[in-house]
Write a protein that binds this ligand. Structure first.
Ligand code: ADP
Ligand code: MG
Length: 398
């Protein structure tokens, strides 16, 4: 999917407001992970190099429409200055007359950061009057907050009806890569890897993508609902009892459509999530007895999945294969991550979506071995479900 992006002449010398996502984790007033800030560096540096006057607008936390000092974006100033190599002027209210005054006195190629846009109740109501106040001092809007693009807010949606609008590099890349794996032209074999906790979270993705895929591999907590639907006992593993019928119908449907579904053939089982060592786990093929739960895919499944993944030309991975937060149950996700990396190395297009899956891939140090790791949890899921994202739709060109 292609979005309208800006050229130098579109923004040169202009007053540009950029919607970014600076909703970063902060502890004791310090940013603990600046990935989200650094992600926008390429968009920002292009704007600055073009001589634009740049103002950054973002949400931060959930202040519920009122100023909350702990949720002031002033906390991120040092990290923003470091990431973009530029001095940043902070304006403590995103819609005050000060914004215009500061813009007047700021040189071309200057940069300012506006206070948390969610200090106003109107923001999350996609209020047009509020968007007008936000847009008033500016000539151009650049949308770069992919992870907020599934929400219709004043700063992600209404503002685009008021200013000539363009996609920044983050948004454009997400649209391109998620678009590539959601398209009917996705190169085959196309392997969709699903995992994570709940079947219900992934139903819409399955329904949207099934016919475009060649194989669907199911691991993680959601696999046990499918195994139970096939008649296996699953002990105390996660089970979405209300989705057993869906699981049966989906398996039938896949068969009719010529899509192969691979389920775990062995599982790492233990009595509890917080099992402390591998010595307390067992690998079981087939039925899981009472009192034990499947918390990761087993070694035979890793090999089965690996074979399917390495030959793929397109891979989308959404949902970890086990409770990877506990190192005892991380092996399945690591094995699948390595197989996806192998696929990338041999020319496949590989995309990781979903907040926890992206965190897992980063934790394993495999993120730079994927074609793309999506920066938006909810937004990437909604994209893969085939929904139009309000922060992206008006920018689509093809
Ligand atoms: P994403 O955020 O990538 O979409 P999900 O939120 O759907 O992924 O799922 C992630 C969660 O699924 C993780 O917290 C992980 O611990 C959990 N999970 C994975 N496998 C299992 C399992 N076998 N039993 C219980 N929980 C699991
Ligand atoms: Mg999640």
């Amino acid at each position: 999917m292609k979005l309208r992006t800006f050229k130098t002449e579109d923004v040169s010398g202009k007053r540009v407001i950029v919607r970014v996502d600076f909703n970063v984790p902060v502890k004791d007033g310090k940013v603990t992970d600046d990935n989200r800030i650094r992600a926008h560096a390429s968009t920002i540096s292009k704007l600055l190099a073009a001589g634009a006057k740049v103002a950054l607008v973002s949400h931060f936390g959930r202040p519920k429409g009122k100023p909350v000092p702990e949720m002031s974006l002033s906390h991120v100033i040092p990290d923003v200055e470091k990431a973009y190599g530029a001095k940043v002027k902070f304006v403590d209210d995103c819609v005050s007359p000060k914004v215009r005054e500061e813009l007047d006195s700021m040189p071309q190629g200057g940069i300012m950061l506006l206070e948390n846009v969610r200090f106003y109740d109107e923001e999350q109501k996609n209020d047009l009057e509020f968007a007008k106040k936000l847009a008033a001092p500016f000539e151009i809007f650049v949308m770069d907050a992919f992870s907020a693009s599934h929400r219709a807010d004043s700063s992600t949606s209404a503002i685009m009806t008021l200013l000539p609008s363009f996609a920044g590099d983050v948004l454009a890349r997400e649209a391109e890569m998620l678009g590539a794996v959601s398209s009917t032209d996705a190169k085959k074999p196309y392997v969709l890897i699903l995992g994570g906790a709940k079947v219900s979270d992934k139903i819409a993705v399955i329904e949207n993508l099934m016919k475009k895929t060649s194989k669907i591999l199911i691991g993680g907590g959601m696999a046990y609902t499918f195994l139970k639907a096939q008649g296996f006992t699953i002990g105390s593993s996660l089970c979405d009892s209300e989705k057993l019928d869906f699981a049966r119908a989906m398996l039938e449907n896949a068969k009719r459509s010529g899509v192969e579904v691979l389920l775990p053939v062995d599982n790492v089982v233990a009595p509890a999530f917080d099992t402390k060592s591998k010595g307390e786990t067992n690998i079981i093929e087939g039925n899981i007895p009472d009192g034990l739960m499947g918390l990761d895919i087993g070694p035979k499944t890793c090999e089965l999945f690996r074979k399917a993944i390495v030959d793929a030309r397109t891979v989308l991975w959404n949902g970890p294969m086990g409770v990877f937060e506990n190192p005892v149950f991380a092996d399945g996700s690591i094995a699948v991550g390595k197989a996806v990396a192998e696929c990338t190395a041999s020319g496949g297009t590989t995309v990781v979506g979903g907040g926890d899956t992206a965190a897992a891939v980063i934790q394993f140090g495999l993120d730079d071995k994927m074609s793309h790791v999506s920066t938006g949890g909810g937004a990437s899921l909604e994209f893969c479900e085939g929904k139009e994202l309000p922060g992206m739709k008006p920018l689509k060109t093809a």
